[in-house]
Design a protein around this ligand. Structure first.
Ligand code: NAD
Length: 243
């Protein structure tokens, strides 16, 4: 059995898997920070804040279509598939993600909280959330349910820079974190707040804390066990299935 294995993981009643951009990195989706990080290439002030959208919705929607197209060219990896297999074995596995790419869902994982929204949803100021799963290009850029002569632009349902977080989603996630006996941080730098606060919250509530990340970061000290491997290798090693 590998040194990192928690062979008794099924004994924890409630388990939170808290995932970040590093979980998708091996699929080819750029992370936020570090080499190849997306905000090194693009200035968020032009593409990912409400001010940019108000100024130039076409540019912002074009950028998000590009991200959708990029994500569609990537496939979930063995780590995503392993999380799905863990959920099939244990009903108390709650996946809370900071990712907006939908790769977990594409792998068949049930995600209870998308803290920062999704590339695959849009928002009408009148009609609210609309799924837009079609392809890279949006099915509609203006709300099809509003009168055509004054249909507003649909906005990506993503928490952009300078946005407030979705409080209902965060409250639900907080409830699950408070009940967690095991908290596993996977591929997150712990630098984006308030999401980063969930690790500290779990630790204070006495959860067993495990970090999966090839690199040390400012949040690592919150965790009692560190698995310094990529997520695709670490997950099957740490949480053996069957037997
Ligand atoms: P981050 O980019 O700040 O940090 C990524 C972390 O993943 C780093 O600590 C890195 O060492 C680690 N990592 C890299 N490769 C890994 C691997 N193979 N296995 C495990 N870990 C690996 O990511 P964050 O903490 O999630 O914060 C970024 C924010 O930006 C999030 O809030 C998210 O909403 C957004 N974002 C999302 C995506 C996405 O949906 N895929 C991509 C970029 C940014």
């Amino acid at each position: 059995m590998p040194a990192a294995a928690l062979s008794h993981w099924r004994d924890f009643r409630n388990i939170v898997l808290f995932t970040g951009a590093g979980l998708s990195a091996e699929c080819g989706v750029p992370t936020y920070r570090g080499a190849g990080g997306i905000w090194r290439e693009y200035n968020y002030q032009d593409y990912a804040c409400q001010r940019a959208f108000d100024r130039d919705p076409v540019q912002v929607l074009d950028f998000h279509e590009l991200r959708r197209t990029k994500v569609l060219s990537c496939a979930p990896h063995a780590g995503h598939a392993h999380i799905r297999a863990m959920q099939a074995e244990h009903p108390g596995i709650h996946v809370i993600t900071q990712n907006i790419d939908g790769l977990l869902q594409r792998a068949g994982v049930v995600v209870v909280a998308e803290l920062h929204g999704s590339l695959w949803r849009l928002r009408c100021p009148v009609h609210g959330i609309r799924d837009d799963l079609a392809v890279g290009a949006y099915a509609h850029r203006h709300c099809p349910d509003c009168p055509p002569d004054r249909a507003p632009w649909l906005r990506p349902d993503i928490t952009w820079f300078e946005d407030a977080v979705n409080e209902a989603v965060f409250e639900h996630a907080a409830m699950l974190v408070d009940d967690a006996e095991l908290f596993v941080g996977i591929g997150t730098s712990g630098a984006v707040w308030p999401a980063a606060g969930f690790a500290e919250r779990a630790r204070q509530r006495g959860a067993r804390m495990v970090e999966i990340n090839p690199e040390n970061n400012e949040a690592s000290a919150l965790y009692g066990q560190h698995i310094r491997l990529p997520a695709s290798t670490a997950l099957p090693e740490a949480f053996p299935i069957g037997g």
